[in-house]
Design a protein around this ligand. Structure first.
Ligand SMILES: CC(C)(COP(=O)(O)OP(=O)(O)OC[C@H]1O[C@@H](n2cnc3c(N)ncnc32)[C@H](O)[C@@H]1OP(=O)(O)O)[C@@H](O)C(=O)NCCC(=O)NCCS
Length: 260
């Protein structure tokens, strides 16, 4: 196994989260590619794990915490670490030490760049990106927002713990129409997929439904809302646990249309 920096020849597969076999990833559109073009200039770091035959099997992506959904100083924030675990496509590479190797490489890189610590999000339930995986690797919980823990490993003795930036504003229902609001950063294809499903459902349901896109990769926009990625139908959030299916999103919008 080898850990390498993201190179142009791997950008396409990186933007597909290594899931080039997945129709769902195609639904996510080009948001990640657009985001990547900008994030490179904002300090994004990406490392890939290659197996012995050169297949890209894992990735870790992290950026200065000042560009992340957390509030902190001089840290890097891990947006995502992912070792391909599906049988489809390139196959399951989990539990072979790749995740650990990626995390160690990212931490060494961040230390070399003078970071005061590393932060990451983790789910407090035993699925998806588990907070417990970071705990095993020496991270502590610095903050919590619902089921989302902010995990943290200080490198400097006087490093200050980061905290989540909390929601500051949410869309309101409006008379005479249904407003579907998609807040989108663009870094995560799962979120982009939900966003594009909502856009499609809103268009299909016709004139009474308005789709509004709010691009939170713009830091000022993110700070105005305090929300990086979310989908609202009128004032109500459709939770982004596992990505909701197109039919579920359409049903929720249609229910609001019937109430008009
Ligand atoms: C969390 C994750 C990155 C860990 O990657 P990984 O490569 O499986 O991790 P590791 O191999 O380093 O460690 C995992 C386990 O495998 C074990 N392991 C490591 N090398 C091993 C080997 N050669 N043989 C057997 N087991 C091994 C480790 O001891 C560890 O066990 P434990 O966690 O039960 O204690 C990976 O499981 C993953 O991608 N999960 C999904 C995360 C996700 O959803 N990310 C997207 C967020 S947007």
């Amino acid at each position: 196994m080898k850990i390498i920096d993201l190179a142009p020849e791997h950008e396409e597969i990186y933007c597909q989260c290594l899931e080039d076999w997945s129709d769902e990833i195609r639904e996510a559109g080009s948001h990640k590619r657009d985001w990547l073009a900008e994030a490179k200039g904002r300090g994004l770091r990406v490392k890939l794990a290659l197996n012995e035959t050169g297949t890209v099997a894992g990735m870790i992506q992290y950026l200065p915490i000042e560009q992340s959904p957390a509030d902190g100083r001089g840290h890097y924030f891990i947006l995502c670490v992912w070792v391909h675990g599906h049988k489809q496509g390139r196959g399951n590479f989990q539990k072979k030490g790749m995740g650990t190797a990626l995390l160690q490489a990212a931490e060494a890189d961040a230390r070399g760049l003078g970071a005061r610590g590393m932060a990451a999000w983790g789910v407090l339930l035993p699925f998806w990106m588990r907070a417990s995986w970071f705990r095993k690797h020496g991270y502590k919980k610095a903050d919590k927002l619902g089921m989302m823990a902010l995990m943290w490993k200080p490198f400097a003795p006087d490093a200050q713990a980061p905290a989540w930036i909390r929601p500051r504003k949410k869309p309101q229902a409006e008379a005479g129409r249904v407003v579907v609001t998609g807040l989108l950063n663009g870094w995560c294809p799962a979120m982009s997929m939900v966003h594009e499903r909502a856009r499609r459902a809103a268009a299909e349901l016709g004139g009474a439904v308005e789709f509004r896109e709010i691009r939170t990769a713009d830091r000022d926009v993110f700070l105005e809302w305090g929300i990086s990625d979310a989908l609202f139908v009128d004032g109500k959030e459709i939770r982004n646990g596992p990505p909701p299916k197109y039919e579920k999103i359409k049903r929720k919008i249609a229910r609001q249309v019937r109430k008009l």
